[in-house]
Ligand binder design. Structure first.
Ligand SMILES: *[C@@H]1O[C@H](CO)[C@@H](O)[C@H](O)[C@H]1NC(C)=O
Ligand SMILES: *[C@@H]1O[C@H](CO)[C@@H](O)[C@H](O)[C@H]1NC(C)=O
Ligand SMILES: *[C@@H]1O[C@H](CO)[C@@H](O)[C@H](O)[C@H]1NC(C)=O
Ligand SMILES: *[C@@H]1O[C@H](CO)[C@@H](O)[C@H](O)[C@H]1NC(C)=O
Ligand SMILES: *[C@@H]1O[C@H](CO)[C@@H](O)[C@H](O)[C@H]1NC(C)=O
Ligand SMILES: *[C@@H]1O[C@H](CO)[C@@H](O)[C@H](O)[C@H]1NC(C)=O
Ligand SMILES: *[C@@H]1O[C@H](CO)[C@@H](O)[C@H](O)[C@H]1NC(C)=O
Length: 486
C-alpha cells in the first residue's frame, strides 16, 4: 500500500534579527488586532454548495496561474502541484498580512471580493476529511517570538493550524514523518536561528478508481512526446470503461472525468495541440457542467509514477507576490518586521490500476468499434473535489518516462503527424514488464516545503532584497533531505 501526500512548509524569518531570542515559551501578545475583514458579513454557520464552488473556482485560478508560471522543459517535463495546499498556506499567511500585503495575497488567491473567504475555505478542510483527502497543518513558533494572539487564534479556528513551539529539528522531522506515514524522514537538517515561524501543511490523497483497471491487461505502450519522439510506457487498458468524455472544440482537446470512490474525480484534458496553451482557457466547473453522460468505451491510461520538485519563489514572484520575499507587511503576525524566504515544493503522483470494482469486461479484444480515449500524448490532469470543484492536485505530464531515452516516433502505421493518435498504441514487441510490487489506485504525494532562507544577510554586506536571488540558493535556511521517496 502506498499513499500520496502533500506537505507544505512555510517559514517566516525576522528581518535583521541578530541576537538569539531567549528560549522561552512563544510570547503571545494580546493586541486585539482584527484578523480579517468579514465584519460586514455573518460568516458563521454552514455554507452552500454554491459558496463552496466559488471558493473552488478561486483555488483553481490560483493553481492555473501557478502552472502557467512554472517552467516545463525536457529536464523537467512534468509539473505536479496542489492548488489546495498552496491556497491554504497563502490564506493562513493572509490572516497576518496587512494593508497592501493583505490585498496582494487576497488578489492572488482570487478572493479580493469574496465575502467570508477564510471561513468558507477553512470549512472545506474538515469537509474533505470525509472523503479520501486528508489535510494536516501545523504552525511552528520560535520560543520568544512575539506573535499576536489573533493570528494564532484565527489560524487555528479557520485553518486548524495547531500552534506548536519550535523546539528542535527532531521534533519537526518526527511530525513530518508522522503525517507522511513514514515516507519522509529527516526532512530538515537544521533550523536557522532567524526563523521565527513555519507554516506547514500536508495533504494526502489516496483514491481508488470507481472502476479499476485489470492489471493483467496492462502492457507496454507508446507515449508520443511530440511529432518526432516517443517513450515506452506501461499502459493500463480497458475495453469497456465507463467514462464521461467530452470533445471540446474550443480547447481543441478531449476531456474525460474518471470517478474515484468518495466524491473526487480525476480530470484528464488531452489537447491536440500544445498542452501549455490550455491553461488560459481552462475552466473546470464549465467542463464539469458540459461533461456528457457516462458511456462505455475503450480507455488507455499510462501507468506512471512521477516526481516533481521546484522552488516556487520565482513563480510566485511572476504572479506578483514578490514583495512577500522583500518587505511584506505582516504586522498581523508580529510588530517586528518579517519576511518570507524561499518556497520549495516537491510532489509525486502515481497512477495505477487498483480501484473499487473491476471494469465490466477486462478482455482487450474489443467489441465493435466504440469510442476510444487513449492518453498517449501530453496531457493536463486535475484531481477534483466533486462538490466544490476545487482542484486538490493539478499537473501537466509531457513525459511519463523522463528517465527513458526518447526514441524516434515508433509509428509504423503512419498514425499521423503531430495529431493525436486515435489508434490504440502499438505494443512494442510485446515486452511485458512484470511489475514487482503491485501498487494501487492513484497516488498523489506532494511535498511543499517553503524553505526559508536566512533573513539576516551573511557577513558580506548584502542587503535584504538581494537575498532571494540565485546566489543564495546554497544558503537555504532549511535544508531538505530528499523529501520524496524514490
Ligand atoms: C502595516 O499595515 C498596518 C495596518 O494598515 C499599518 O498600521 C502599518 O503602518 C503598516 N506597516 C508598514 C511597515 O507599512
Ligand atoms: C497602506 O498602503 C497604502 C498603499 O496601498 C499606502 O499609501 C499607505 O500609506 C499604507 N498605510 C500604512 C499605514 O502603511
Ligand atoms: C508521532 O506519532 C507518535 C505515535 O503516534 C506520537 O507518539 C508522537 O507524539 C508523534 N510526534 C509528533 C511530533 O507528532
Ligand atoms: C460523498 O458525498 C455525500 C454527500 O455529498 C456524502 O453523503 C457521502 O458520505 C460522501 N462519500 C464519501 C465517501 O465521502
Ligand atoms: C508549446 O510548448 C512549448 C514547450 O513545450 C513552449 O515553448 C511553446 O511556447 C508552446 N507554444 C504555445 C503556442 O503555447
Ligand atoms: C467558469 O465557468 C463557470 C460556469 O460556466 C462560470 O460561472 C465562471 O465564471 C467561469 N470562471 C471563470 C474564471 O471564467
Ligand atoms: C509530417 O508533416 C510534414 C509537414 O507537414 C511533412 O513534410 C512530413 O512528410 C510529414 N511526416 C509524416 C511522417 O507524415
Amino acid at each position: 500500500m502506498k499513499l500520496r501526500l502533500l506537505l507544505l512548509l512555510l517559514c517566516v524569518c525576522r528581518l535583521g534579527l541578530t541576537e538569539e531570542p531567549s528560549p522561552a515559551a512563544p510570547h503571545v501578545s494580546g493586541t486585539a488586532d482584527k484578523g480579517e475583514d468579514d465584519s460586514d458579513h455573518d460568516c458563521r454557520g454552514t455554507f452552500s454548495p454554491e459558496q463552496h464552488r466559488v471558493i473552488g473556482g478561486a483555488v483553481e485560478q490560483l493553481g492555473l496561474r501557478l502552472l502557467e508560471n512554472l517552467p516545463i522543459s525536457p529536464q523537467q517535463p512534468n509539473v505536479i502541484l496542489s492548488p489546495l495546499s498552496l491556497a491554504l498556506a497563502l490564506a493562513q499567511l493572509t490572516l497576518g498580512a496587512r494593508n497592501e500585503t493583505e490585498n496582494l495575497l487576497l488578489q492572488s488567491l482570487h478572493a479580493l471580493r469574496l465575502p467570508c473567504f477564510h471561513h468558507i475555505l477553512g470549512s472545506l478542510v474538515p469537509y474533505f476529511s470525509h472523503s479520501s483527502v486528508e489535510v494536516a497543518a501545523r504552525m511552528y513558533l520560535k520560543p520568544g517570538f512575539d506573535v499576536k494572539i489573533s493570528f494564532v487564534e484565527d489560524s487555528l479556528s479557520r485553518y486548524k493550524s495547531q500552534p506548536v513551539p519550535l523546539v528542535s529539528v527532531e521534533e519537526v522531522n518526527q511530525w513530518v514523518e508522522n503525517v507522511t506515514n513514514g515516507h519522509i524522514a529527516n526532512f530538515l537538517e537544521s533550523i536557522p536561528h532567524d526563523v521565527v515561524l513555519m507554516l506547514m501543511n500536508a495533504v494526502h490523497f489516496k483514491g481508488e478508481w470507481q472502476t479499476r483497471f485489470d492489471p493483467s491487461v496492462t502492457s507496454k505502450g507508446v507515449f508520443y512526446l511530440d511529432n518526432q519522439n516517443s517513450v515506452p510506457v506501461d499502459m493500463m487498458k480497458s475495453a469497456q470503461y465507463p467514462l464521461h468524455l467530452l470533445d471540446d472544440p474550443e480547447l481543441e482537446a478531449q476531456v474525460a472525468s474518471f470517478p474515484f470512490k468518495g466524491n473526487t474525480s480525476f480530470l484528464v484534458v488531452l489537447p491536440r495541440g500544445n498542452v501549455s496553451s490550455l491553461l488560459p482557457k481552462l475552466n473546470i466547473s464549465d467542463l464539469y457542467r458540459r461533461l456528457p453522460q457516462e458511456k462505455t468505451m475503450q480507455v488507455n491510461l499510462p501507468k506512471v509514477k512521477l516526481q516533481y520538485r521546484q522552488e516556487l519563489q520565482e513563480a510566485l514572484t511572476s504572479m506578483g507576490l514578490g514583495s512577500l520575499f522583500s518587505a511584506p507587511n505582516l504586522s498581523g503576525i508580529s510588530d517586528f518586521p518579517l519576511k518570507v524566504t524561499g518556497v520549495r515544493h516537491a510532489s509525486t503522483v502515481e497512477l495505477s490500476e487498483e480501484g473499487v470494482e473491476a471494469s465490466a469486461t477486462t478482455a482487450v479484444t474489443s467489441m465493435r468499434s466504440v469510442s476510444l480515449f487513449s492518453v498517449n500524448s501530453p496531457f493536463l490532469f486535475a484531481l477534483v473535489d466533486d462538490a466544490s470543484l476545487a482542484p486538490l492536485f493539478m499537473g501537466i505530464v509531457t513525459n511519463p518516462a523522463p528517465d527513458h531515452d526518447p526514441m524516434l516516433r515508433d509509428d509504423p502505421h503512419g498514425n499521423g503527424n503531430g495529431t493525436m493518435s486515435d489508434q490504440p498504441t502499438t505494443d512494442s514487441a510485446g515486452k511485458r514488464d512484470t511489475v514487482g510490487d503491485h501498487s494501487d489506485g492513484l497516488h498523489m504525494e506532494e511535498v511543499e516545503d517553503n524553505s526559508w532562507q536566512p533573513c539576516s544577510a551573511p557577513s558580506g554586506g548584502k542587503h535584504g532584497n538581494e537575498l532571494q536571488k540565485k546566489t543564495q540558493e546554497d544558503e537555504t535556511c532549511l535544508k531538505t533531505e530528499d523529501p520524496v521517496p524514490a
